[in-house]
Ligand binder design. Structure first.
Ligand code: B16
Ligand code: MG
Length: 216
């Protein structure tokens, strides 16, 4: 089946907001009396806000009531927003602009597939709101990655079938979501980590649209 659409994750594919998530979560963990490592942070990539908090509290050996968890998540999000609000188009990852020019040239549709509830704000900050034909984010889904909902909704909104889509993901949970959605998945990162991906490249800077379409 010919490919009609490319679906992109946001954090780690278009911009690197993982560093800001890490700084804000770490500040929260420190306030609670423990620390989280960069290695631990890898497990939070592509995982929703509340699921991330659950993993963090578990690592610190804390069990808290839902009300308190809501307050902690809101606090972390405010710190995260303070960092994100300073982003500009300079924060777009290398290779993204060139890759998107190739995507347009090839006549492919594009969608964003992010579990972040802050995705629209980030797109606005980096000036990429109009770069996508559809935007599916954390405000439109009920299940986070590795559930395929974020990508199957993206395909549906574009009016294409899953088999006509290629997903671009940097996180293990996101690669799994794309595969469970019945899509071809390009993993951006290390092949040792993104073992479920159909194809792996270090970043969008090191791969072309033509190369991908030849391998689907
Ligand atoms: P928010 P993605 C994900 O974005 C991040 O990778 C993950 O670390 C974060 O917890 C999640 O968004 C929720 O973000 O707190 O902004 O709603 O990779 O799916 O673009
Ligand atoms: Mg990601």
């Amino acid at each position: 089946m010919p490919i009609k659409a490319f679906l992109f994750d946001l954090d780690g594919v278009i911009v690197d907001t993982a560093i800001y998530h890490y700084q804000a979560w770490r500040r929260l963990a420190n306030e609670l009396g423990f620390d989280i490592s960069e290695e631990f942070n890898e497990r939070l990539k592509g995982v929703s806000r509340m699921e991330s908090l659950d993993l963090i509290l578990e690592s610190g050996g804390l069990i808290l009531p839902d009300e308190e968890k809501e307050a902690l998540a809101a606090k972390k999000n405010q710190w995260y927003l303070d960092l994100v609000s300073r982003m500009t188009s300079d924060d777009i990852l290398p290779g993204v602009a060139n890759f998107f020019a190739q995507v347009r040239e090839a006549g492919l549709l594009t969608a964003l597939g992010s579990v972040s509830k802050n995705a629209s704000l980030i797109l606005e900050r980096i000036g990429m709101t109009n770069a996508f034909d559809a935007v599916i984010d954390g405000t439109k889904i009920s299940r986070g990655k590795p559930d395929p909902e974020v990508f199957t909704k993206g395909a549906a909104e574009l009016g294409v079938r899953p088999a006509e889509c290629v997903v671009f993901e940097d996180a293990v949970a996101g690669v799994e979501a794309g595969k469970r959605g019945g899509m071809f998945v390009v993993g951006l990162g290390s092949p040792d980590v993104l073992t479920q991906a159909d194809l792996v490249a270090p970043s969008l800077e090191t791969i072309t649209v033509e190369e991908i379409l030849a391998k689907v």
